[in-house]
Design a protein around this ligand. Structure first.
Ligand code: GTP
Ligand code: MG
Length: 381
C-alpha cells in the first residue's frame, strides 16, 4: 500500500501543516501527527476527504504510458537505418571523422540547407554500396559523451546498434580506448563493433602496432584472423571513409535491424534547448512508429503537440521514421535529454501527465522530509 508522511500530505493537499495537525488532534490521531510520521494510504485518504479532496491512491492502478512490448514477429517488419556512435580516446579524431562524414553527406544532398547541431545526422549509403537488405542510410549520433547517453545507459537503454572504435595510429590503445572496449564486451550481444584505425595519413602512423595492442586487449581484428572488422581511415583527408560506411552497412545487414514504421512513436530525446521564436525544442530519435506534425507526445512530465520538425540539414520534414532524428518544436516545457518519448492520444497524454506530475510531487515532498530529518539528525549529533 502507498504511504505518505504528514508533512508530505500537507504539501500535497496544499494546506498548512498546522491545519492538518489540528484536524488530526480532533480525530484522535495526535500520536501520529508529527510532521515526519508516515501514514498509510487509508488514513491519508480519510484526512484528505476531511479537507474536501478526492484523492487517487493506488499507484499501480494509476494511468501511465509505457514503451511498446517487443514485436511478436520482428521478421515481418521493415528495416530501419542502423544507429551508430563513434567512441575513442581523447584527440584520436572522433569529431574530425564525424565532421568529414557529415560534410560529405551534406555535399551529396540536393538542396543545401544550413547544417545545425542536433545530436545526430544521417549519411546516405552510396548507391554502389547500398545492399540488398535495404540499408540505405546510417544515423550517426554526435558527442557520445553527452548527458543523454549517460542517462540512457544508466537505465539500460540500448540505443546504439554499432560502435565505431576510433584508435589513432600514431598513439595506439589509450585509457579511454580501454574504457570503450570494456563497454563493448559488456554489450557484446546487442552491439556490433568496427575498429577505425585513424590518422593513417600521418607519417608517424603505426598500423601494425595498433593491431597488436588491440590483440592484447582481446580485440581480434579480422585482418589478424579474428572476427572484428577494421578499416584504415583518415578523418582529415577522407581516406577510407567509403570503406567505413560499407563495413557499417554490412554489419547492419547481418544484425538485420528492423522496427515498426507505423503506430505510436517510441523514441528518446537526445538534446533539448529553448530557441527564440520556437520555444523549447528537442531532438527526438525515433525508434518506432512515424513522427508527424500534429502528434501528441510525452517525455517525462513534458508534453508537446508536434509543430515543426527539422533534420540536421535544417530541412523541414513531415515524417520521421525509425532510425531518424529530428528537432521537434511545440513543447509546453523543456524535456530532458535521455528521457523516453511516447506518442498517444491527447487525452491519454493528459492523464499520464497528471499521474507523472503527482508522483513527482510525492517524491519531491518525500525527499524534502528525508532531507529535513537528516539535518535534524545531524543537529542532534
Ligand atoms: P576529443 O573530442 O577531445 O576527445 O577529441 P577528438 O577525438 O574529437 O579529436 P579531434 O577530431 O578533435 O582531433 C584531434 C586532433 O587530431 C586535431 O588536431 C585534428 O586535426 C587531428 N586529427 C584528427 N583526425 C586526423 C587525421 O585523420 N589525420 C591527421 N593527421 N590529424 C587528425
Ligand atoms: Mg571531439
Amino acid at each position: 500500500p502507498s504511504t505518505v508522511s504528514v508533512g508530505a500530505l500537507a504539501r500535497l493537499l496544499n494546506i498548512r501543516l498546522e491545519d492538518l495537525q489540528e484536524k488530526m488532534y480532533h480525530s484522535g490521531m495526535e500520536a501520529q501527527s508529527s510532521f515526519d510520521h508516515v501514514l498509510t494510504s487509508d488514513y491519508a485518504v480519510l484526512l484528505a476527504e476531511e479537507f474536501g479532496r478526492k484523492p487517487i491512491v493506488n499507484d499501480e492502478a494509476a494511468f501511465d504510458l509505457y514503451p511498446p512490448p517487443p514485436h511478436p514477429n520482428p521478421q515481418s517488419l521493415p528495416n530501419r537505418p542502423p544507429i551508430v556512435t563513434i567512441m575513442g580516446h581523447v584527440d584520436h579524431g572522433k569529431t574530425t571523422l564525424l565532421d568529414t562524414l557529415r560534410s560529405s553527406s551534406v555535399a551529396q544532398g540536393e538542396a543545401g540547407g544550413i547544417t545545425q547541431h542536433i545530436g545526430a545526422f544521417s549519411v546516405p549509403v552510396p548507391s554502389s554500396l547500398a545492399n540488398e537488405n535495404g540499408v540505405q542510410s546510417i544515423t550517426f549520433l554526435d558527442t557520445p559523451g553527452h548527458a543523454a547517453f549517460s542517462a540512457m545507459r544508466a537505465r539500460g537503454a540500448h540505443v546504439t546498434d554499432i560502435i565505431v572504435l576510433v584508435v589513432a595510429a600514431d598513439d595506439g590503445v589509450m585509457p579511454q580506448t580501454r574504457e570503450v572496449i570494456e563497454l563493448i564486451k559488456k554489450d557484446r550481444e546487442k552491439v556490433s563493433v568496427v575498429v577505425a584505425i585513424n590518422k593513417v595519413d600521418k607519417p608517424g602512423a603505426k598500423i601494425e602496432a595498433v593491431q597488436k595492442a588491440l590483440l592484447v586487449e582481446d580485440i581480434h581484428l579480422e585482418e589478424m584472423g579474428g572476427d572484428i572488422p577494421a578499416v584504415h581511415v583518415s578523418g582529415l583527408t577522407g581516406q577510407g571513409l567509403p570503406d567505413l560506411l560499407d563495413t557499417i552497412s554490412l554489419l547492419a545487414e547481418i544484425q538485420d535491424i528492423r522496427a515498426e514504421a507505423s503506430g505510436n512513436v517510441f523514441g528518446y530525446v537526445l538534446e533539448s534547448k529553448v530557441v527564440q521564436g520556437l520555444g523549447p525544442i528537442a531532438t527526438v530519435l525515433v525508434l518506432r512508429g512515424a513522427l508527424e506534425p500534429g502528434a501528441h507526445i510525452i517525455c517525462g512530465t513534458h508534453q508537446a503537440r508536434v509543430r515543426l520538425m527539422q533534420d540536421s540539414n535544417g530541412q523541414t520534414v513531415k515524417h520521421a521514421s525509425p532510425g531518424m532524428a529530428v528537432t521537434v518544436s511545440g513543447w509546453k516545457s523543456l524535456p530532458n535529454a535521455g528521457d523516453e518519448v511516447l506518442e498517444a492520444s491527447e487525452s491519454d497524454i493528459k492523464r499520464a501527465l497528471v499521474n507523472r506530475k503527482r508522483k513527482l510531487d510525492i517524491n519531491t515532498a518525500m525527499a524534502d522530509v528525508e532531507a529535513i530529518n537528516a539535518s535534524r539528525q545531524q543537529e542532534r549529533e
